[in-house]
Ligand binder design. Structure first.
Ligand SMILES: Cc1cc2nc3c(=O)[nH]c(=O)nc-3n(C[C@H](O)[C@H](O)[C@H](O)COP(=O)(O)O)c2cc1C
Length: 213
């Protein structure tokens, strides 16, 4: 698969996990791709906690269900009805959680390039996630990013050291196939903006339609 094909085929997977175990060699390659990501000052602030214990998977899925309910309770009725049909995680079905963590202290206090923008550390960890996601797609493996969780809850459950933040719980596993259209578009929750609206020339201008949404 070439890069553009992987970019186009990558999907956030919730329902298509087959439940088969992921081959160790494939997982190693995918994690290797994540670990080759660029990082500010080469700080490499990420780590990967691999979670397979059914007790932890079940406890996390329950925690996510609670946060999902809390989110739904704040929605207006029409949006709540649309949201009800949307699956937001495949934690148990995937059978493997890759929790990507961020350590802002890695590399010391004077990380090259991070002096004026502290978030560049976090951006680096997110680039590792994107590398992982694209490599998994090229391997025919599904990834679903779950963010319906409380950082403190997951940090405690995984015994993360103080200051190490859980950035993403990634459900990772073999799939029966990948959807062609993102779930949120299929469920008419939100659709992709035209590229032309995202590209600006010389100064930032919003289209009249975007100023309203
Ligand atoms: C930072 C981040 C957090 C996300 N959190 C969730 C989540 O909690 N549950 C979920 O189902 N999808 C989550 N997603 C997936 C997005 O909904 C998905 O990427 C988007 O709808 C576009 O679909 P696609 O990834 O299939 O192209 C998250 C994605 C990102 C980048």
């Amino acid at each position: 698969m070439d890069l553009y094909e992987a970019v186009a085929r990558r999907r956030d997977v919730r329902a298509e996990f087959s439940g088969e175990p992921l081959d160790d060699a494939v997982l190693e390659r995918v994690l290797g791709a994540a670990h080759r990501a660029p990082s500010v000052g080469m700080s490499q602030p990420w780590d990967f906690v691999l979670v397979r214990d059914p007790g932890t998977l079940g406890a996390f899925a329950q925690h996510v269900a609670g946060e999902r309910e809390a989110y739904a309770a704040d929605l207006p009725p029409d949006r709540a009805a649309t949201f009800a049909a949307i699956k937001v995680e495949g934690v148990r079905e995937a059978g493997l959680g890759v929790v990507v963590t961020h350590d802002q202290s890695r590399g010391g206090p004077q990380v090259l390039g991070r002096r004026t923008i502290a978030d560049t550390g976090l951006y680096s960890t997110c680039l590792a996630i994107q590398n992982l996601w694209l490599a998994a797609t090229a391997e025919g493996v599904g990834v679903g990013w779950v963010s319906f969780f409380r950082e403190e809850w997951l940090a405690e459950r995984l015994a993360l050291p103080p200051g190490v933040r859980p950035v993403a719980w990634l459900c990772v596993g073999p799939v029966t196939g990948l959807q062609e259209v993102p779930d949120l578009e299929r469920h008419r929750w939100r659709s992709r903006r035209p590229l032309a609206d995202a590209v600006h020339h010389e100064t930032y201008r919003r289209t009249p339609a975007e100023s309203r949404s």
